[in-house]
Ligand binder design. Structure first.
Ligand code: ROI
Length: 167
């Protein structure tokens, strides 16, 4: 019998960038995520243009959401994503909610709730971020977010806040 260890988990990754040609950052991150050992791309949302949440003296963002199947444990997946952020030139200035070349967040990891110093899943800000919910709804309209309810209901309760899908 197949061991449960080897059954892949479906996870959702949030991608965001507002520096150094954001559209190119997101496209190259998509390819890099799909190339991680133990990760398979399942779906990728459209690209969305969004106004900065947090300090307003920074450029607008490009956001997207990617669905993957993975047999990596969550912290290994996180490590793979952080390596991609660093490889694409992310500089950690220490400024809270400042501009970034690339931000990769594990939004959802199967049906798991994870509360660790380096990782909270589902992502804390998920329910009030239009730039996460709308692309997530686009690729997973029937999804139930562990502990937060149906993505369709979360989207219905979340104003667009200037979010626009690019063609
Ligand atoms: N604002 C937008 N629009 N998109 C993001 O990806 C994003 N990421 C962040 C903060 C600084 C909170 N603001 C954002 O980390």
């Amino acid at each position: 019998m197949k061991s449960l260890e080897s059954v892949p988990i479906i996870a959702y990754i949030g991608l965001g960038s507002n520096l150094a040609t954001p559209v190119a950052q997101i496209r190259s991150a998509r390819a890099a995520i799909a190339a991680i050992n133990g990760v398979q791309e399942l779906a990728f949302s459209g690209l969305y243009h969004s106004l900065p949440m947090g300090p307003q003296d920074q450029p607008d963002y490009i956001n997207a959401v990617m669905a993957i199947a993975t047999d990596l444990p969550p912290l290994d997946l996180l490590q793979g994503l952080q390596k991609i952020e660093n490889d694409q030139g992310r500089v950690r200035t220490g400024q809270h909610w400042g501009a970034r070349t690339l931000d990769l967040d594990i939004l959802i990891y199967g049906d798991q709730k994870i509360d660790q110093p380096d990782l909270t899943v589902p992502h804390k800000g998920l329910a009030d971020r239009s730039f996460v919910l709308y692309p997530l709804f686009e690729i997973a309209p029937h999804l139930v977010v562990p502990g937060k309810g149906r993505v369709a209901d979360l989207v219905a309760a979340c104003p667009l806040a200037g979010l626009k899908r690019l063609d």
